[in-house]
Ligand binder design. Structure first.
Ligand code: GLC
Ligand code: CA
Length: 549
């Protein structure tokens, strides 16, 4: 099925805004310190008020939680930490009443080592499940090669019972699934169809570009059979219903994204690409460090994706997720211009073409944290801390990297109000609440038209009101300007002009924002209508409607 159309005459997810929930940090309904499904149900009116169309739910399936649920031990059961199957059904049904769909997170590259399949697989080489995973004999008592796992250590683990190594791209508790095995693939498709029957509104596919790995050739991303597998999966599952699908693809280029998001629906609706997010990341060994933002490069990359996918594919738009530091701390100013810069980043992103994703707390301008090492919980952060100290780096510099980059920056509890623990839990939170919750919280912002929350709410509303937000063609302006990010979006009915000062100094505006443009949104109260200057982090969107004969 091609997908139902919305009021703008395109697939519903093209005018949708999707909100990501990291369940363990969203809202705790029973005081055990961990967010849960009932907690999400309690907050559905908050989300409806914001105006979002769907929730991407990070994994809530049964898991030993080695990587916070990205290590699944039963794909059809809910982890008791989050609730049970009934709670999940209720969430889907209740969300529907608020016109919100639930997008599940599918982790198909690997399972938990505690999954029944793996328990069987490691019993013997001729166990029927053995071939569900990726095994190699090794050479003279040594691993088949020196590939490393993302969270540190070797990518191979020896199992004496079978006398073989299994391959794991992530933690040792996340063995890679063997997609070459057609039985495994069929089993996964059955499971996906089961969730479609349960009413899932779509799927986010974890590290989908890594499923077609070929470790003998050291291939992890973009294996030769990748698109064959995705097309098969799409045919067997997604295409049978009206769903949105988004693949996480760190290795995607615009050319690859055209294939993934081909309008013929043969693969996925869209992918998360990360080119715009990795710009200030130093590649290679030092991948964990951030350099100053190369601003002109950011503009180039955004322009490239906006232009190349126009009418040939579909973009996702995001600054944040559960793996990334908070954008207001990274590229905005989380001190004196926190509100202005958080809004500027929102306006800049939501003006572009694609489906915007909001990560929980982003709509409040939540910030990074600077904790002591004992207060971190993330497996990647802790692994990298250990590895770097072993390499002889000094603790201070390691902590600086962690403060800038740790995934826990995004995982601190949602800040609901200024009561104890930000109103997230009545118990002891599984991870410390950001100490700034007394200043930054939802209760303070919901009714305040000058809040970050309100800005997001307005941006969502505008997207629904003006089709040009959905289909307008992108054109970058002032490419060489060292502080301004500006572009237009044009269709037959209108032209949008998006003007953003990306930094903290006032700059003069390189164009006149003439009187026939209507100001749709801005992040300063007293907008001077001729807009001769752009104040620190100032951002505005103007609309010029065309005469229709
Ligand atoms: C994805 C997830 C991340 C997880 C990894 C392994 O990148 O977003 O949180 O650790 O895959 O599943
Ligand atoms: Ca709970």
């Amino acid at each position: 099925m091609a997908g139902k159309e919305n009021a703008h005459g395109c697939e519903w997810w093209k005018s949708a805004v999707i909100y990501q929930i990291y369940p363990r940090s969203f809202f705790d309904s029973n005081g055990d310190g961990i967010g849960d499904l009932r907690g999400i149900i309690e907050k559905l009116s908050y989300l409806e008020n914001l105006g979002i169309d769907a929730i991407w739910l990070s994994p809530v399936l049964k898991s030993p939680q080695d990587d916070n649920g990205y290590d699944i031990s039963d794909y059809r059961d809910i982890d008791p930490m989050f609730g049970d199957g009934k709670d999940m059904e209720d969430l889907i049904a209740q969300a529907k009443k608020h016109k919100i769909r639930i997008i599940m997170d599918l982790v198909l590259n690997h399972s938990s080592d505690e999954h029944a399949w793996f328990q069987e697989a490691k019993k013997s080489r001729d166990n029927p499940y053995h071939d569900y995973y990726v095994w190699r004999d090794g050479k003279e008592g040594k691993a088949p090669n020196d590939m490393r796992a993302v969270f540190g250590g070797p990518a191979w683990e020896w199992v004496p019972e079978v006398g073989q190594y299994y391959f794991h791209q992530f933690s040792v508790k996340q063995p890679d699934l063997n997609w070459e095995n057609p039985k495994l693939r069929t089993e996964l498709y059955d499971m996906i169809n089961w969730w479609i029957q349960k009413g899932a509104g779509g799927f986010r596919l974890d590290v989908i570009d890594q499923i077609a790995k070929e470790p003998d050739r050291r291939i992890t991303g973009n294996g030769p059979k990748l698109h064959e597998y995705i097309r098969e999966m799409s045919r067997e599952t997604f295409q049978k219903a009206d769903l949105v699908t988004v693949g996480e693809a760190w290795s995607a280029t615009p050319e690859l994204a055209e294939r993934y998001s081909n309008p013929d629906h043969s693969e996925l609706s869209m992918v998360f690409q990360f080119e715009h997010i990795c710009l200030d990341q130093i590649e290679g060994k030092e991948k964990w460090d951030l350099a100053p933002l190369p601003f002109l490069r950011l503009k180039e990359v955004c322009e490239k994706w906006q232009t190349q996918l126009y009418q040939k594919g579909w973009n996702s738009l995001f600054w944040n997720n559960h793996d990334l530091p908070r954008i207001v701390s990274r590229w905005g100013n989380d001190r004196e211009y926190r509100t202005e810069s958080a809004k500027m980043l929102a306006i800049l992103l939501h003006g572009m073409q694609g489906t915007p994703y909001i990560y929980q707390g982003e709509e409040l301008g939540m910030t990074n944290v600077q904790y002591e090492i004992e207060e971190y919980r993330d497996i990647e952060t802790l692994g990298m801390y250990r590895e770097r100290l072993e390499q002889g780096l000094d603790k201070e510099s390691v902590m600086r990297s962690i403060h800038a980059k740790s995934r826990d920056n995004a995982r601190t509890p949602m800040q609901w109000d200024d009561s104890e623990n930000a109103g997230f839990t009545t118990g002891t939170p599984w991870i410390k609440v950001n100490p700034n919750y007394r200043q930054i919280h939802a209760a303070d912002q919901i009714g305040d038209t000058e809040s970050v929350f309100w800005c997001y709410k307005e941006l969502i509303r505008l997207r629904k009101e003006y089709p040009v937000f959905v289909d307008g063609k992108f054109q970058m302006l002032f490419k060489e300007h060292s502080a301004i990010f500006a572009y237009t979006r044009t269709d037959e009915t209108a032209e949008l002009l998006v003007l953003c000062n990306f930094f903290g100094d006032t700059v003069s505006c390189p164009m006149e924002t003439d009187a026939d443009r209507k100001l749709l949104i801005g992040n300063y109260r007293d907008v001077d209508s001729y807009g001769r200057t752009l104040r620190p982090y100032e951002a505005r969107i103007y609309l010029k409607e065309k005469q229709v004969n």
